[in-house]
Design a protein around this ligand. Sequence first.
Ligand code: ATP
Ligand code: MG
Length: 253
Amino acid sequence: MDETEIPEDHPRYASLVTRHRIEAGVEQGITSKQGLIAQGRGEAFDYLLGERTLPSADAAARAAAATLLLAERPVISVNGNVAALAPSETVELAAAVDADLEVNLFNHTDERVRRIADHLRDHGASEVKGLAGDGEIPGLDHARGVVDADGIEAADVVVVPLEDGDRAAALDAMGKTEIVVDLNPGSRSPRTADVPILDNLLRAVPNVTTHARDLAGAPPDELEAIVDAFDADAALDAAEAAIREGSFASPDE
Ligand code: ATP
Ligand code: MG
């Protein structure tokens, strides 16, 4: 089925589009089969959170935008799921905050890096990093730790959507300021982040862009105040509380 054939009035339209994009990503060789499993886990948590952006996640998106606007060398890390789900949205965020895009894969192959880089260029990216592979994240085995020396290795702020817990911890140990997008408040990656956005990537990335456009031109002290007021633990707690309260998405609403 083509994405355009999914009926827009279907109560699970967003979920069906998401599944379709991941499936197409696997077929195009940009998403790994492991990525299908990660997607399933994400969907379960989105369901439990009510398939909506919590006010706490919106505050996190604003803090993420302020953090990116204050950064000197921000980099957005792109894996196979991010590329399949939100290529245009990710390219737009990079442009809005003047960040580099770097393909960085848990299951690295040069072929898949090239395909993802091409896919991002097809969606408007001018420069995509990740092919040099001349840098490293210390503390990980080589295949997992390979990055670009002038990309993630040199970055002060990294956006790591849907990142694995070990790699998030290793980036934290390098002293990076980390912005993580992940729906599971119990996952190690958001628990390691300076700014965890507990929201679906498809909603979170455009939301950070909207906040960044709104905050563009704001003086640094205003941006710093937004970053300082953000409480990562409170954001994790709010998502966990929303799950406990069980406001499941209802197709009837
Ligand atoms: P760890 O504790 O190592 O971080 P994990 O439970 O996060 O383990 P992964 O295989 O990294 O294990 O799981 C993928 C993560 O990506 C899950 O936490 C899932 O909620 C999240 N995820 C998947 N799809 C999306 C999406 N579209 N938006 C946001 N988060 C997503
Ligand atoms: Mg995780």
